[in-house]
Design a protein around this ligand. Structure first.
Ligand code: IBG
Length: 222
């Protein structure tokens, strides 16, 4: 396809942010369409853009792709971020899915009722510290390489740096017991494509605020 991939979602992180991260890390420029109203969303459905009536939607290489996981696998495969063989790919999938489980907690956090916020924040901290981050700390320590899989930059590295930064926004000292992850964070943040994405003015979205939560509820109102 000629032209840039076109991303349709809300003007916020949600389920699109990992896709933005992956494209940016691969050095791919993209266009974005932001859903602000329910009418815009209904029109996409009516015009046959959304296979399951859901976004994220990514128009790429002549396809109207939906389902975050499918979109990301395609991008990772296309831009050579998906390992050198099936076994590396399996490992990348396991790492990515684990990190996605942690990210899911962060994704839904802004929608928690006020009286559940503290408990949910504590769960994020607990899971990051006791379940997910120790896995990657150990992997990096054991093989002593810069990247998680195959000594080469992959989708798994992109997911992990995104997750580290997202958890740190909520729990600033979360990496204090993870020296390997601290080094990993610095190295990943200095990869030119990632460095650019982390700078102001990039397509990276800010943490969700009240306006974003309101827009989500309005656009997807039944
Ligand atoms: N399995 C799909 C995927 O991974 O892409 C799920 C997609 C999905 O849930 N999309 C939501 C949607 O289109 C928007 S993201 N909903 C309309 C509908 O009728 O289902 C909503 C979301 C946010 C934050 I924002 C956390 C979790 C979900």
């Amino acid at each position: 396809m000629s032209g840039k991939p076109r991303l349709t979602y809300l003007n916020g992180r949600g389920r699109m942010e990992s896709i933005r991260w992956l494209l940016a890390a691969a050095g791919v420029e993209f266009e974005e369409v932001y859903l602000e109203t329910k009418e815009q969303y209904d029109k996409l459905i009516k015009d046959g853009f959304l296979l399951f009536q859901q976004v994220p939607l990514v128009e790429i290489d002549g396809m109207k792709m939906v389902q975050t996981r499918a979109i990301m696998s395609y991008i990772a495969g296309k831009y050579n971020l998906y390992g050198k063989d099936l076994k590396e790919r399996a490992l990348i999938d396991m790492y990515v899915e684990g990190i996605s489980d942690l990210m899911q907690m962060i994704l839904v956090f802004p929608f928690s009722p006020p009286d559940a916020k503290e408990k949910n924040l504590e769960s994020i901290k607990e899971r990051a510290t006791n379940r997910y981050f120790p896995v990657f700390e150990k992997v990096l320590k054991q093989h002593g390489q810069d990247f998680l899989v195959g000594n080469k930059f992959s989708w798994a590295d992109v997911q992990l740096i995104e997750a580290i930064l997202a958890v740190e926004e909520k729990v600033p000292d979360v990496l204090s017991g993870f020296p390997q992850l601290q080094v990993f964070k610095t190295k990943m943040s200095n990869i030119p494509t990632i460095k650019k994405f982390l700078q102001p003015g990039s397509p990276r979205k800010p943490p969700p605020d009240a306006h974003y939560v309101e827009t989500v509820l309005k656009v997807f109102k039944k």
